[in-house]
Ligand binder design. Structure first.
Ligand code: PHE
Length: 368
């Protein structure tokens, strides 16, 4: 006979090997097993992993306790013990299955609760406030100017802020020793033949060099002049250049365009007038004035009691300029204007120039 292994569990032996001969003894062994399960294994389960281990140990198909008992105690039982073994086995199996199922449900519920607790949203916390930006007044003014000119067929072009004297002066009919150069307070770039453009007019030349008439452009951009900063001056400001050249553009077209633009920008009740002026690149040249937006022409502090406000410089393109871009001065004509955008913003929003560039958000936020 084989040597008995003292470490062998009871269900690894047959009932005969255990020396069981009566149905009552069968019950005793089943109760030991049941106690082993209920007061040991079941109590050890703390999480899903433990649960799986216990389930495999008891219900595993190949070598789980229930399977071993089925084989060793039921199938191998003597005929007179089979009935008792069958009854007890059913009971044990049901109990193990039920208890494990309950345990699984409670572990799951606990995990769910923990997840809920972890993901809880505290509705009493303050929300994230996203501040809305505002467009700068200069940008808003540009947008308005563009809207007005795009509506009558102009297109937008932009050009370099660093220019050559040729484009900034010469091709605009301002030769080397012309006094108009002195008035421009130009910044020259040391050691180079370049300067910071003093106006957006160079783009008139650059555009006409590349393109045959008809030309209808506006040119937004920064320009630079040596000025002492005060409420209405700075070393940099913004302009909007305008140029229209075609086969048959007259002074009437010029005046009509100016009127349309000023009324669109300042309001339908505003009147304009042209005052003679001088620019080397326009002939005749004019300053465009509008009736004061405060007193409507009757005279007040804003218009210095003249009833008029100076708006911008303009004029019919000087035929001399066409010579620089190979346009036939006998066959084309046109007009140009140079609007000070900062000045327009100041007029429209009643602010001073420095405030426009200090970018204090408290100021900027007023203009949403
Ligand atoms: N370029 C001129 C200036 O900056 C303005 C201007 C533009 C005048 C176009 C006439 C025609 O002062």
């Amino acid at each position: 006979m084989a040597q008995e292994d003292p470490n062998k569990k009871s269900y690894e032996k047959t009932l005969a090997e255990l020396g069981v001969s009566s149905p009552a003894d069968v019950g005793k062994h089943f109760h030991e097993c049941q106690a082993d399960f209920a007061s040991h294994d079941l109590l050890q389960i703390a999480n899903e992993e433990d649960w799986k281990a216990v389930r495999d140990r008891w219900l595993g198909r190949k070598s789980g306790v229930i399977t071993l008992i089925t084989n060793n105690w039921l199938k191998a039982a003597a005929p007179e013990l089979k009935r008792a073994a069958g009854l007890h086995l059913n009971e044990l199996k049901t109990e193990v299955e039920q208890a494990l199922e309950e345990r699984r449900a409670s572990i799951e519920a606990a995990a769910e609760l923990a997840a809920l607790e972890r993901d809880r949203i505290d509705l009493s916390l303050p929300g994230v406030e996203r501040l809305l930006g505002t467009r700068h007044l200069i940008r808003q003014t540009y947008a308005e100017l563009q809207r007005i000119f795009l509506a009558i067929g102009y297109t937008v072009v932009e050009g370099p802020e660093i220019e050559t004297p040729y484009y900034n002066f010469e091709a605009l009919n301002i030769p080397e020793h012309h006094p108009a150069r002195d008035n421009m307070d130009t910044f020259y770039i040391e050691g180079s033949n370049h300067l910071l453009r003093t106006h957006t007019s160079p783009m008139q030349i650059r555009t006409m060099e590349k393109q045959q008439p008809p030309v209808r452009i506006i040119v937004p951009g920064k320009v630079y002049r040596r000025d002492n900063p005060d409420a209405t001056h700075g070393f940099m400001f913004h302009q909007l250049e305008g140029l229209a050249v075609d086969a048959d553009i007259t002074f009437c077209d010029f005046k009509g365009t100016v009127d349309y633009f000023v009324r669109e920008f300042l309001g339908p009740g505003v009147k304009t007038r042209l005052r003679p002026s001088y620019f080397p690149f326009t002939e005749p040249s004019a300053e465009v004035d509008a009736t004061c937006y405060v007193c409507r022409g009757s005279g007040c502090r804003v218009c210095k009691f003249s009833g008029w406000i100076e708006l911008f410089g303009a004029g019919m393109v000087n035929p001399a300029v066409y010579g620089f871009v190979n346009y036939d001065a006998k066959r084309v004509s046109g007009f140009a204007f140079g609007i000070g955008v900062d000045r327009f913003a100041m007029l429209k929003y009643g602010t001073d120039l420095q405030v426009l560039f200090q970018n204090d958000v408290r100021f900027l936020r007023q203009f949403r």
